[in-house]
Design a protein around this ligand. Structure first.
Ligand SMILES: CC(C)(COP(=O)(O)OP(=O)(O)OC[C@H]1O[C@@H](n2cnc3c(N)ncnc32)[C@H](O)[C@@H]1OP(=O)(O)O)[C@@H](O)C(=O)NCCC(=O)NCCS
Length: 161
């Protein structure tokens, strides 16, 4: 069983709700959490508005408190053909550490399984590596530096056996 004490059952039986959103909604959480103090344009990722891109929002009542995005993008170091890249994983500070990041990720993984995606990968910030490990992701390859943001690790999770 996946680690996830607050999984979809928790979401269904609480004031929390996960649903697809558009890119502009996603910026509302990306901005304060991942690009604080930077212009809003810095929140825009290539491919944000592609038809294949999925943005998910996690709401507490009517307030958007967590987001993540899945972009159809293959990594050279990964052999599976049906890949999605996870980007913009963010939960508002006040809501962190409650299992919400894990829940929204879990929800996205189930959605992508239904689309026959085989693997999800991401460039994880060093501070988030433990979070991704807890969610079943593992490091591949060598860490690398992204200017102004810091060290990153490529992490992957096979979702289709
Ligand atoms: C990383 C992030 C999305 C995780 O969401 P969250 O809702 O806080 O995480 P959860 O409560 O679901 O945590 C699941 C597990 O990961 C751990 N974890 C979460 N964030 C962590 C962090 N920054 N450092 C270490 N462990 C972390 C939790 O402690 C928990 O493990 P535990 O059960 O052993 O305590 C959120 O903390 C966040 O938005 N951080 C700032 C932005 C960021 O770094 N995004 C990732 C970019 S690659």
């Amino acid at each position: 069983m996946n680690y996830n004490p607050y999984n979809i059952l928790f979401i269904k039986t609480s004031n929390y709700n996960i649903k697809p959103i558009n890119s502009e909604e996603a910026y509302k959480v990306r901005h304060p959490v991942l690009r604080e103090g930077k212009p809003i344009e810095s929140c825009v990722f290539d491919g944000d508005d592609f038809e294949t891109t999925i943005h998910l929002g996690l709401y507490y009542k009517t307030k958007l408190v967590g987001v993540c995005s899945f972009l159809k993008n293959n990594h050279d170091a990964i052999s599976e053909t049906a890949q999605y890249q996870l980007r913009g994983m963010a939960v508002l500070e006040k809501y962190q550490g409650k299992g919400l990041g894990n829940s929204i990720l879990d929800y996205g993984e189930n959605l992508l399984k239904k689309k026959d995606s085989q693997i999800i990968w991401c460039n994880a910030r060093e501070v988030a590596v433990y979070f991704y490990q807890k969610c079943g992701y593992s490091i591949i390859g060598q860490p690398f530096n992204i200017k102004y943001i810091g060290m990153h690790y490529i992490m992957q999770k096979k979702i289709l056996k």
